[in-house]
Design a protein around this ligand. Structure first.
Ligand SMILES: *[C@@H]1O[C@H](CO)[C@@H](O)[C@H](O)[C@H]1NC(C)=O
Ligand SMILES: *[C@@H]1O[C@H](CO)[C@@H](O)[C@H](O)[C@H]1NC(C)=O
Ligand SMILES: *[C@@H]1O[C@H](CO)[C@@H](O)[C@H](O)[C@H]1NC(C)=O
Ligand SMILES: *[C@@H]1O[C@H](CO)[C@@H](O)[C@H](O)[C@H]1NC(C)=O
Ligand SMILES: *[C@@H]1O[C@H](CO)[C@@H](O)[C@H](O)[C@H]1NC(C)=O
Ligand SMILES: [Zn+2]
Length: 535
């Protein structure tokens, strides 16, 4: 075709495009202040954000980036923060919620967002594109991907029956055990039951994450005399019985039916008559080490942590309460538990591995209750700040990552400084407002009698139990499969600068700390581990 014909064709194309209503897409009616629906289409910009502002802001970031150096010493300690279900949407939303409180709004940072290195993590496992917390824990703690719902075992073990998981050739050991094998300490803190999927990845080998006690095994046709339940593995088996710190909820799984729980007023779940809490205490007494069992906040805060070798804290019958439902007098916060854990573990001169899980971010999302999920995320942020304040970046690697995402998205074109938990925009099709946060699936699915979407501007969005709308009904949301984030600071943080498989995490951490298979690499380092070949 000649140049003239070509130009005519382009011109016609442009005319057709501009005549068409479908491209570029015109945004629907916009929300004015106070969530009043208006046809205003122009949002005023935030004052002061002209080109001078953006150039200076970027130049400052650049100066900080150019000043970065790699720390190539051996990591004496590793603190592993795991935000369960804390996908990228959750993080952006939590950042804006935090910013609404500080006045920095969208410019706010969560504590880990200032870390020098970060990565994207591919979470799929050996039989599923979308993972659960058990199989992902096997990946990031043991360095091996396995099947959905299994924990501490490789792909040879299907979630069928327990005998598959008895074969030790299929077992995967965790970085917590590698630390212990290297003569160092390990422990964990969670807001879920201590027998729940994520912590189980540090100590258990089970074909089913659900087998937290023997009663549930019997109920599901398993023989608890053949395979140990997860609570029993935690208290009686290696490496769980050597953990210096175990804190979270879940007394129901450790107590027999004959022992009445101190808060709940009912017996535990166990059929085998074992009181694993007193067995834990007598095991430590028999070893002549100092130990403490605490079940409420007051006792934890009063504890002489500097003289405690082993600490078991069980603060709830099941999971600990959500922050928004918590009885502050009875239940410690996640930062308080993190502080106590570090105080106990740092008594080991050789170093320690501590996992801290914000376990209920995920559970609030399962209920499609975004306000609860975001406030759990902000408490998790405070726990990270606590660890940063208590440790030295020259000897302590702090990592923050996520097991899997939840199907939460930020929708529409909300104005700057819009309440992230409020209405964000209005549909241009049905003219009904929608919240800025929406779920792909879950119990938030709802239709009115007229077959329409409920109008959230008429509902109480400040109620902590408000469920954001979900596209597909599920009684509890199913997870989502997009990549998750990883942020890291301290020795060897530069090992994380790209897109990685989730099981790489355990291997890189082992290298940084000279434990497990990382020992082989560390032997090759020029000196005694304080210097490396990098960069
Ligand atoms: C650069 O790094 C040094 C040492 O880590 C620090 O003292 C200094 O404040 C940093 N400068 C900037 C601009 O970040
Ligand atoms: C468990 O699996 C083994 C072999 O994989 C089989 O022999 C056994 O019958 C199964 N047990 C149950 C309770 O399903
Ligand atoms: C464990 O699995 C391996 C590999 O499949 C097999 O060779 C071995 O016999 C199994 N051991 C037991 C005790 O079943
Ligand atoms: C909305 O929910 C909050 C929190 O539960 C409550 O304090 C408030 O009174 C409720 N507002 C209305 C109008 O019901
Ligand atoms: C070994 O490490 C210590 C610090 O922990 C350092 O002072 C010493 O120089 C190192 N030794 C060698 C041979 O590099
Ligand atoms: Zn979940």
């Amino acid at each position: 075709m000649g140049v003239a014909t070509f130009l005519v064709a382009v011109l016609v194309g442009i005319l057709l495009l501009s005549a068409s209503a479908s491209w570029p897409p015109t945004p629907g009616p916009r929300i004015g202040g106070g969530h009043k629906i208006s046809q205003a289409t122009v949002n005023p910009p935030v004052p002061g954000e002209d080109k001078t502002y953006w150039r200076e802001e970027a130049q400052e970031t650049l100066r900080r980036q150019l000043n970065l150096t790699n720390t190539v010493r051996k990591a004496k300690n590793i603190i592993f923060f795991l935000g369960d279900g804390m996908g990228v949407g959750t993080i952006t939303a939590a950042r804006i919620l935090k910013g609404s409180q500080t006045g920095r709004w969208e410019r706010e940072s969560l504590s880990w967002e200032d870390f020098p290195h970060s990565a994207h993590i591919k979470t799929y496992n050996t039989n599923s594109q979308v993972v659960d917390s058990a199989s992902s824990a096997t990946a990031f703690l043991c360095g091996v991907k396995g099947n959905l719902w299994t924990v501490g075992v490789d792909a040879n073990v299907l979630q069928v029956n327990c005998t598959d998981a008895l074969n030790e050739t299929f077992h995967t050991d965790s970085i917590a055990k590698w630390f212990q094998d290297a003569g160092r300490s390990a422990g964990f803190v969670t807001t879920t039951r201590v027998t729940h999927a994520t912590p189980a990845g540090a100590y258990a080998h089970s074909a089913n994450r659900g087998w937290e006690d023997d009663a549930i095994m019997v109920k599901t046709g398993q023989d608890p005399d053949v395979c140990d339940d997860i609570a029993e593995q935690l208290i009686l088996k290696d490496p769980g019985n050597k953990f210096k710190v175990i804190m979270g909820g879940g007394r129901q799984r450790l107590l027999p039916q004959s022992v009445i729980d101190v808060e709940e007023g009912v017996g535990g779940y166990r059929l085998d008559g074992k009181d694993l809490i007193s067995m834990w205490k007598s095991d430590k007494d028999s070893k002549g080490v100092s130990s403490a069992y605490v079940w409420n906040r007051e006792d934890l805060l009063a504890l002489d942590t500097a003289n405690t070798d082993y600490l078991l804290g069980l603060f709830a019958y099941s999971h600990m309460d959500y922050l928004l439902d918590r009885k502050p007098k009875m239940d410690p916060s996640l930062p308080e538990m993190t502080k106590a854990a570090i105080e106990v573990l740092r008594r080991d001169e050789n170093g320690y591995f501590l996992m801290v899980e914000g376990g209920r971010i995920d559970q609030a999302h399962h209920e499609n209750k975004a306000r609860k999920a975001l406030t759990e995320t902000l408490e998790f942020d405070e726990a990270v700040q606590m660890a940063l304040a208590m440790t030295d970046p020259l000897d302590t690697l702090i990592i923050v990552t996520v097991d899997h995402a939840q199907p939460l998205t930020i929708n529409g074109y909300p104005n700057r400084h819009n309440d992230i938990l409020g209405v964000g925009d209005v549909s241009g099709v049905d003219n009904i407002p929608y919240t800025a946060l929406l779920y792909g699936n879950g119990p938030g699915y709802d239709v009115t009698e007229e077959g329409k979407r409920p109008d959230p501007s008429k509902l109480n969005l400040t109620d902590s139990n408000y469920r954001q709308t979900a596209a597909i009904p599920q009684s509890s949301s199913y997870h989502s499969g997009e990549d998750v984030g990883l942020w890291v600071t301290g020795p060897h943080s530069h090992l994380f600068t790209g897109v990685y498989e989730q099981n790489y995490i355990a291997h890189a951490l082992a290298y940084a700390a000279c434990v497990g298979e990382g020992l082989t690499f560390c032997d090759e380092r020029k000196s005694n581990g304080t210097e490396g070949r990098e960069p």
